[in-house]
Design a protein around this ligand. Structure first.
Ligand code: MN
Length: 227
């Protein structure tokens, strides 16, 4: 059989320290998974649990440049720990969830905040605010075989050399195993899936020319210039 149309190659992420690549299946994202970020967005973390949305695999950016998207005047950065799955399933018990993880990376959940806000007000889906071209810059994946499963450690973002986001992985409301368990109740998790696990407080706008430098202790570094 031959394809009727020619479509782009599937998305892949580099894996630190090897020539192998990680083939990306789906991208899940967790909303409001750090209490301080939920508060800065006007929500009460004691009353509202985190939740899920998705981006598209081809929204990933693996280079050092993020192109400012069309139709927004308020594009914001969200630094996040990214989980890369090597296995999946449905109804995965929390005690077995870490066994599904291939590795971890540093990601940016870039957000057209003005469009997301308008969709929230209208009770409509978030795709135009979240799942646009280049909306998911991501570092190479650091395998579990080298770093284990980080449950604490600083997660920070600098913009033009000044600290803007700063938190700790231990502040996540849903920890990584809980996220995998919860997601697997709703979706069939699959090798190649990525999970953006939510952002600490300090989100804010970017402008063309800004240099973003994200670090997660024990995981890696992501440097992106806004083009
Ligand atoms: Mn986010």
């Amino acid at each position: 059989m031959t394809d009727a149309v020619s479509s782009p190659d599937p998305a892949v992420l580099p894996i630190d320290g090897t020539v192998e690549e990680f083939p990306v299946h789906r991208i899940y994202c967790v909303g409001r998974n750090y209490a301080a970020h939920a508060v800065e967005m006007g929500h009460d973390p004691d009353r509202e649990a985190p939740f899920f949305f998705q981006k598209n695999p081809d929204n990933l950016v693996t280079g050092d440049s993020f192109t400012y998207p069309a139709l927004s005047n308020d594009v914001q950065h969200e630094i996040e720990l990214v989980v890369a799955l090597k296995s999946g399933g449905s109804d995965i018990p929390a005690a077995q969830a870490n066994e599904c993880v291939f590795g971890y990376a540093v990601g940016l959940d870039m957000t057209r905040r003005d469009l997301q806000g308008e969709m929230k007000r209208q009770g409509r889906p978030w795709e135009i605010g979240k799942a646009f071209e280049q909306s998911a810059p991501c570092s190479p994946i650091m395998p579990v075989s080298r770093i284990g499963h980080p449950s604490s450690g600083a997660i920070c973002l600098e913009k033009n050399g000044a600290s803007c986001q700063s938190g700790d992985l231990s502040q996540m409301i849903w920890k990584v195993p809980e996220i995998i368990t919860e997601l697997s109740r709703y979706f069939l998790l699959t090798p190649g899936d990525l999970i953006f696990t939510g952002t600490p407080s300090g989100v804010g706008p970017v402008e063309r020319g800004d240099a973003l430098h994200g670090t997660i202790e024990g995981v890696g570094v992501l440097t992106v210039t806004v083009a």
